[in-house]
Design a protein around this ligand. Structure first.
Ligand code: SF4
Length: 239
């Protein structure tokens, strides 16, 4: 909150931001449809995929994951006990394989140590904050990865923020212009109910890919232009 604001002004600002968030949620559903959570991905699978996806694109990380499966099947014990060079070779397409291969092994070791099996389904029963604390203690797992696991495996009350969501949040004014992904995640989680997170996450990414491009946003076609700070300011600021 701005320290010069009165309590009434702060409360009005917060209510205006909430209305803006609700408008974005509803408008993107009107525009792109409502994505429905179809049942969760396996959390260990999701965790390893997300570790592979750091600093690369979907094509490369999917290829690395597929090569890992071809080499070791669905057997996480075989991955954990394999020679590190074999894992590095399998995940090489994802880049940073010297960091990602040991992070995968260390993560599997930790899960096996904690749970006795390669299964994280117990996270569904924990409050999301507790689950994120557990996940972020795993090697190579940050807040974003933990939130992806909670949202895509359990439809949990977590709102991961990728580069599209960061850009749109800043441009529309849902977040401050220089806010980092963790701060933006907290803002969205405070503005809307968890039941909206899955559809909103998917639709913001669609919006970023199809309309609110990083370099040349297609503002004339945008259904959010009436509430967008960037648009109101004639695109005169850089993100
Ligand atoms: S009006 Fe332009 S900058 Fe704003 S959300 Fe739409 S495309 Fe992005």
């Amino acid at each position: 909150m701005d320290s010069m604001m009165t309590t009434d002004e702060a409360s009005a600002a917060s209510s205006a931001l909430q209305k803006k968030a609700q408008f974005i949620y509803a408008t993107l559903i009107e525009h792109f449809g409502k994505p429905i959570f179809q049942g969760g991905d396996d959390p260990v699978h999701q965790l390893i995929s997300t570790i592979l996806s750091a600093n690369t694109n979907d094509v490369n990380s999917d290829r690395a994951f597929e090569q890992l499966r071809q080499a070791f099947g669905d057997d996480w014990e075989a991955v954990r006990t394999a020679p590190l060079d074999a894992i590095k070779a399998a995940v090489r397409p994802a880049g940073m394989y010297n960091q990602k291969a040991p992070a995968i092994v260390a993560t599997l070791e930790r899960i096996k140590h904690d749970r006795g099996v390669y299964n994280l389904d117990h996270l569904a029963l924990l409050p999301v904050q507790e689950a994120r604390t557990y996940l972020t203690a795993l090697p190579g797992v940050g807040f974003k990865t933990a939130s992806i696991v909670m949202l895509f495996c359990f439809n949990g009350a977590a709102f991961p923020v990728d580069t599209h969501i960061q850009r749109i949040s800043q441009r529309t004014g849902v977040s401050p212009r220089r806010a980092n992904p963790d701060k933006i995640m907290r803002i969205w989680e405070g503005l809307l109910p968890p039941a909206t997170f899955y559809a909103l996450h998917i639709n913001l990414i669609r919006h970023g890919r199809r309309i609110c491009h990083a370099q040349t946003p297609r503002c004339d076609l945008c259904p959010l232009q009436s509430i967008c700070d960037y648009r109101q300011q004639a695109g005169e600021w850089a993100t």
